[in-house]
Structure formats: C-alpha cells, structure tokens
Design a protein around this ligand. Structure first.
Ligand code: MIG
Length: 829
C-alpha cells in the first residue's frame, strides 16, 4: 500500500483520528496474509494492519445490528430472509450510505431474532443464521440445518494509514478443499475461479488474452459452490478490488479493496440459481429490450461513407439473411466529435436513417466519453461553461488524448451532467437513431490507459477521487445515455450497449466482450465470458462475432455465427484493417449455413424474448452453465463448453477447426436432438456429429418452444401463425411464452401476455394445458403444432372438447396439426 493513498479530495471515514491505543487488535508482523508489507522502518509505521478485536457490545435498530469491539463497529443488516449485509467501520463511524449498484436497499424480511449466547451473538431469519463469535469477531453463516456455508478464516481487517488516515479493507473466509467459485463478470478464464487471484479495475484491453486480468468490467460478485451447496458474496466496493480464491493460501478466500468500506452481502443459496436471482434482487434486472435488439446486428469499424452502409444493408436483403441492427462506428462523426456528423460521408443522415428503417434496419451509433477541446464545438462550450468536465485535484481539467485529439471528459457521476448528457441525444433521436453504443468508457485514454487517481468526481454528492469512481464511470455514462434516450424516445425502449460496467449496469445496458481476436481460442473464451457474465448479473451479452482483430476463415466465422445464434446479444463486428466480414463474405457453403443459423435465431425469437422476460421479472440468467443446472454433480464443475439457453435448450458450440464430432454432456432427464427429434436420455456424455452445417442443440423433454416465421427483420410482416414445438414428457413440465408490443414500456402496466404451458404424458395420452395472464392479446389466432416424441401412434386429438380431425403423423414421428383459435387444453391419444 502506498503511503498517501488518499488524494486531497478523498472522502473516507470522517473520524480519521490517530490510532492511539486502539482496542482493535494490532497485529504487526506475525501474520502477513498478503504481500502488502508494513513499512519496515522500525518505530515509523505509517501503515499498520489491524484486525477486529473481540466484540463486547451489541445494539439493535430495527433490522440493523451494531457490534463493537470497543472501537471498530460492525453493522449487520437483515435485508431479506436470505440476504445479510455486513459493514465494518474501523473507528466506529460508517460512511454515508450510497451505492450505484444497489439503488434502494429495501428490507423485505418477515421474522428475525437476535440471540446472545455465551459463545456467540446470533441473528436468525427464516432461512439463515449469522453468527458473530464473541471470542474473535469471526462472522459465519449457516442454514436452518446448522450447516455452515461461509465462515471467516480471520477477522475482518484493514491496513490503516495512521499518518493521514484511510484504509485498505479486507475480508478473509475459509476456502474448502472442494469449493469452486464462479462469477466476477467478464474474466477471460475458466468458469471455476478456484486457485486464481483477480483484480477489478476497468481496463481497455485490446486483443486481450486468456487469463488476462483485469479487462473491461468490474463485477465484485462471486458464487461459491461447496459440497453441492451455493452461496454468494457481493463485495459492493467500487475501488480497485481484489479476489483471491485459494491462490495465496489454499485454505483462504479473500477479497479486499484499495479504499472504501468493507461492505459485503452474504447471499444464501442453496442453489446457484437462487444466489443469482437474489443478487438481482439487490442490483436490479435488465429492462425488456426492444424485440428487434434480439435479432442479428451487423457492425464494423467503420461502415462509411453512406454508399458503403447501403451496400451492406442491401446485401442482407439480397442475400436473404435476416438483420435488424446496423452500426455506425466513430467515422460517422465530424473529427470524432460526439453528436456531430461528417457531412462528406453522410450528407443527409436523417434521410439515410429513414431509408434504412424502411429497409428494416435500426441504426445504432457510437458515442465515446471524450469531448474534443475546441471552442468552436458547441458541446465542448456547454460543458466548459457549466463545469461538467472532470477536474484534477488542483482544479485543472482532466485532459487526455483519444480519437478526437485532446479531450475533456464529462463527470458522469454528477446527476446534473447525466441529465445534460441525456438531452444531447435529442437530435440523433429526431433523426431516427434507435440505439447507442458506448465505447472507451473504462474510461480509456491513449498512452496513459486511464485517468490519474487524483481526478475528482462528484459521485452523486458523495464525492471521491478517480480511485473510487473509476469502476463506475462507464456505468454512469451508459446510465445517462439510457435515461436520456428513454425520455426522448417517449414510450419506446431504447437500445444501449456498453463496454465498461460495474454491478447494476444491467439496469441500463447490454454489453459486448470488447476487442477479441479472430482465433479459435477466442471463440472458446467468448463462450466462457458470456456464460460467466450471465451468472454475474449481466444477461444481455455477446462477443464480436468473427473476432474483432485479425482474420477469421469461413469455418471460424461460421462456427462463431453458430455460437452467436445462442448468445443473448448477437452482433458481428470487425476492426477496420480487416477484410470484409458480412455473413456472405466467405462464399459457399458458409453463406448458406450462416443464413440457416441467423434464420434459426429469428425463429426462436419468441423463445428468447420469453426467456428475457423470465430474467426481467424473476432474475433468471439467460445462459446457464451446466454446473448451474446440476450443481451436486461434481463433474459438472469441469464442463464448461455446453450451456443452456434459457432453461429449455442446451447448446454446445464447436470450438475447434475441422471437428467432425464432439462429446456433449446432457444433464439428467430426457432430451430431444433439435435437428431430427431423436430422443436421448441425459445424465451422461454422448458423441454428437458436428459437420460444419450443425452444432449440438437439444431440447428438454416436456418443452413447448414457440417459433415465429422467419422474417428478414422484426416487424417485417404481421405474424399470422405461431408454431408450437411440443416435446413429449411423462413428467409435467412448464414452459412460458411471453409476448407484448415489443417496443414500448406498456409491459410495466401489465400490458403483455404471459402464457404458461404444461405438458404431461401418461400411458397413451399427452395433455397440453395453457393458462394466460396479462392484458395484451396477440393479433394472430393460428397455431401450428409439431409434437415430437409421442411414445404411441396418435389417433385422436381433442382441443377444448372438440376433435381435430386434420392431422399428419410424419415419418419422423412428428404429429402436425393446426388450430385456428387459442386453446386451453389439448389431449392427444
Ligand atoms: O480505440 O470505435 O472496442 O468495438 O470498433 C478503439 C472503434 C475504439 C474500440 C471498440 C471497438 C470499436 C473501436 N473502439
């Protein structure tokens, strides 16, 4: 730790008193858990490491409990039956309560109690016990069966600058022999983080490599899985934070930060899924995206001039490859000045955007945070006049070079600046822009990497230096963008995408994994990153399909399209110095296969949209690693290629060149091979043929998958008929089907339709039941059924009491029939 960890503007504990006679135990040299070394000069120890001493007092205020060792205080808040927050104040005074991740800490709790036993204080809820040991202030958590899920290995501690004040704060937990760790956002490494030490500090990481750390995002949230039982820790601290999962010492898991408070949430399981859902209770979920945003997007650095953009969009329509989003990267601007247009390349942007829209394309434009220092540029003048740009500790403006040249940077942690920024999109929205792409918001600065530590931020009134604001800068930028667009677009849903982010960024934006590389290794990394982001509370994520830098060959590009079909966000992107990279650029057979998969994306849109609803409403992730499906199956910890897309479709991308077949693990239960409806029993690994035309895709027995007809873009045609793919199961299985207008916020007023299907088979009968909820009625009334896997030859179909006589039972044992109105119950015998 550096001596002067505090810049002049830093706000820390208001009582930075000298540390005479601390009651808190002062441990000097005997125990060095980390390599942060005390000042070796004897007698002059500006940095001392201190641990909590024994607690000797407790006070209760509602659901908040305060424990003290005489000087330091620990606050325990019962947030819900399953979420408990811990905070520590070394000198007994807590920082003012504020979090960008958790906007409102709403306590929803039924019953809790405090017990004062000889050995420990214990706070209990209906599901969790929080134990505070009287001997040494160790904090641990257990469930109702008294199974200990998490326990301190050493008391909470801190390194204190006794000369000037300020702390580095540390928590250390017991790490069990078989404990596995998941989460932490976009780390480009194996799913299980066991044995790794990782840092959160948003970093522009062009062409990042395997294990590179840190990269773009900071998500200080992990899920532990030990002996089949999961819990989560969300360390809500925006400073540079560190996690050590048994790396330094195999028996300890530690998390610490270079400032701020030791404040974390213990999130109870026992299922990993519970932990993720509860993390979303704290940090919020992603709003429903506009339906078109779930389609295919085409991007490049850059499509310009206008004729090039039109060549690409026309190419999609000519090649009959569906596409909804077209992107304008930095070259659309005048000298890279945000909110301007290069009129040489784009003489009439409004007209162009309108014509693109008529062709079915939504235009998404990039906006970076750097504002060119230029008194002839209105945005700069306004920002300067209102002092909206970040300043250094000595009041100079923070200046750095980025694309526009010498730039200043709005302080997005200032609500006034965010509001102003939001209004700047007015003209773009008037022109018809449908989405905004925020890049370089780590923030990135050429040469220097990012801002110096001493840059000041308003931080919504809780001022701090860049050390505190760095990791939230990008999130607050995209928040300003999203909130501004939301106002300007009236009741329409904006689409936003950001590179940097902090926990909670999902309330404002989708993300992509940044500047990857056109290599097979990156295809594999992208798979891991998307699964990890999904588990870490960021559902709407995707990679640059094809790889940003370098050149994919046709095979790699096609394999990437295939994986991207099952990424929540699907966009191809490439750097400017590479060859053309549209889905038809590689010739046959690649074009046909790319088309087939992008068409599949569009067929499955209603399924993905329904899955999104389950996320938005209930906090389920969209991608789910198999370890999340069957967490008590120890071998699943090593299985990280296959994942489910929603809870019905299992996908295993092909991530090696020339691969003709591969092993795929199917969780227990019955599965149908999507491509030919073969029934396979799960709970084992199987070999699946993987010629270039296909990747392994399986559907869970009992599912009802809604499909829309293939369209070249969302809204191309009125939907007249929906296909329901029904998969037999002899145990009842539920499916959801969510629909609404697809582009407004009416769903917030319950204007949507949520259909629930239950498929259950027994003996020679299959029953399909449907219940409906919500105030929206889709316009179509025709349903086309494809029922797979019937264990008997169907002879009779009864829909709501009436026989359906017109049906076919195909050779592949699929029963097909239609209904011309909605239904409640269908029986097939
Ligand atoms: O310094 O806008 O990650 O997607 O195409 C590079 C140009 C800036 C980095 C982004 C990339 C984008 C590129 N940007």
């Amino acid at each position: 730790m550096e001596d002067n960890i505090l810049s002049t503007t830093e706000q820390l504990s208001p009582n930075n008193q000298p540390p005479e006679l601390p009651t808190s135990k002062l441990i000097e040299q005997e125990e060095e858990i980390f390599h942060h070394v005390n000042n070796p000069v004897a007698g002059l120890k500006p940095i001392v490491k201190k641990y909590l001493g024994a607690p000797n007092h407790v006070e209760q205020h509602g659901n908040r409990f305060y424990f003290t060792d005489g000087e330091a205080k620990v606050e325990v808040i019962v947030v819900t039956d399953e979420i408990i927050r811990i905070r520590m104040a070394p000198h007994g005074v807590f920082l003012e309560e504020f979090s960008y991740a958790v906007p409102k800490l709403e306590a929803k709790v039924s019953v809790f109690h405090l017990y004062d036993d000889p050995e420990e204080y214990r706070i209990t809820t209906n599901t969790v016990n929080c134990h505070i040991s009287k001997k040494d202030f160790f904090i641990s958590f257990s469930d109702r069966q008294n199974h200990v899920t998490s326990s301190d290995a050493v008391p909470m501690h801190w390194e204190e600058n006794v000369q000037f004040g300020g702390y580095y704060v540390y928590g250390t937990k017991v790490c069990h022999t078989e404990e596995a760790f998941y989460g932490l956002g976009d780390k480009p490494t194996d799913l299980n983080l066991r044995g790794k030490r990782l840092v959160n500090w948003n970093t522009d990481a062009y062409s990042f490599g395997w294990n590179q750390d840190p990269i773009y995002r900071s998500i200080p949230f992990y899920i532990s899985l030990n002996e089949g039982i999961a819990h989560g820790i969300f360390f809500d601290n925006t400073f540079k934070s560190h996690f050590d999962f048994g790396a330094e010492d195999r028996d300890k898991t530690s998390f610490w930060a270079d400032g701020g408070e030791l404040q974390y949430y213990y999130i109870h399981g026992p299922h990993m899924m519970d932990v993720v859902k509860r993390y979303h209770v704290l940090t919020g979920t992603h709003p429903m995206p506009p339906l078109w945003a779930l389609g295919y997007h085409q991007c490049r650095w850059s499509y310009y001039p206008e004729s090039k953009v039109r060549k690409v969009t026309t190419g999609f329509r000519e090649n009959k490859i569906p596409c909804d989003g077209i992107y304008l990267d930095i070259d659309y601007m005048d000298g890279y000045r945000c909110f301007t247009w290069n009129r040489k390349y784009f003489p009439e942007p409004k007209k162009m955007i309108k014509e693109l829209a008529a062709q079915g394309f939504k235009t998404v434009v990039i906006i970076d945070p750097g504002i060119r220092v230029d008194d002839n540029y209105a945005i700069f003048r306004e920002g300067k006049k209102n002092r909206y740009f970040c300043r250094r500790s000595d009041d100079y403006f923070m200046e750095g070079h980025v694309w526009p040249g010498r730039c200043q940077f709005p302080d997005f942690t200032n609500p006034e600046v965010r509001t102003w920024w939001g209004t700047l999109f007015d003209e773009l929205v008037q022109m018809g822009v449908a989405g905004v792409w925020n890049d370089m918001n780590e923030p990135a600065v050429f040469g220097a990497g990012t801002f110096p530590d001493d840059v000041r931020h308003q931080y919504d009134g809780f001022r701090g230096s860049h050390r505190k604001a760095h990791n939230v800068y990008g999130m607050q930028m995209v928040r300003a963008t999203y909130e501004g667009l939301r106002k300007l677009m009236k009741n329409k849903r904006p689409f936003t995408i950001t590179r940097a982010g902090y926990s909670g960024v999902q309330r404002y934006s989708s993300v992509w994994t940044g500047d990857n590389v056109a290599s097979w290794e990156h295809l594999r990394l992208g798979n891991l990153q998307c699964q990890r982001l999904s588990m870490s509370g960021i559902p709407f994520c995707g990679t640059d399909i094809g790889g940003f830098s370098g050149e994919p060959d046709g095979e790699l590009f096609t394999r990437w399209i295939q994986m991207g079909t099952f990424s929540p966000f699907m966009r191809a992107h490439s750097a400017g110095d590479t060859k053309e990279r549209e889905p038809w650029s590689f010739g046959e057979p690649f074009t046909a296969i790319n088309r087939k998969f992008i068409e599949l994306r569009y067929k499955l849109l209603p399924y993905l949209y329904s899955t999104f609803w389950e996320h938005h409403r209930y906090g389920f992730p969209i991608l789910r690693p198999v370890v999340m499906q069957e967490q008590d199956e120890i071998n699943n910890q090593a299985r990280q290629d296959e994942f489910t897309y929603g809870d019905k479709i299992l996908v295993c991308p092909v991530m090696e060149p020339g691969q003709q077949s591969r092993r795929v693990y199917l969780p227990k239960g019955n599965w149908f091979y999507y491509w030919d409806n073969t029934l396979v029993e799960g709970g084992c690994e199987i070999d699946v043929a993987t010629p270039l035309e296909t990747i392994p895709v399986f559907v869970k027995a009992g599912s009802v998958l809604p499909e829309y007809p293939v369209m070249q873009y969302v809204g191309e045609k009125e939907i007249e008929e929906v296909r329901l793919n029904v998969y037999y199961s002899d145990t009842p299985v539920n499916s959801f089907f969510f629909e609404d207008y697809g582009e407004t916020f009416a769903y917030e007023q319950d204007i949507y339709s949520e259909k629930k299907f239950v498929v259950s088979g027994k003996e020679n009968l299959l029953t399909l039941q449907q219940t409906m909820e919500g105030l929206y009625t889709p316009r179509y009334e025709n349903y086309c059924f494809h029922v797979a896997g019937l264990p008997f030859k169907p002879t009779k179909i009864i829909a709501d009491g009436k026989p359906v006589t017109d049906f076919i039972y195909t050779e592949g044992n699929v029963l097909e029939f239609k209904l011309t109105k909605n239904f409640k119950q269908i029986e097939i015998a």
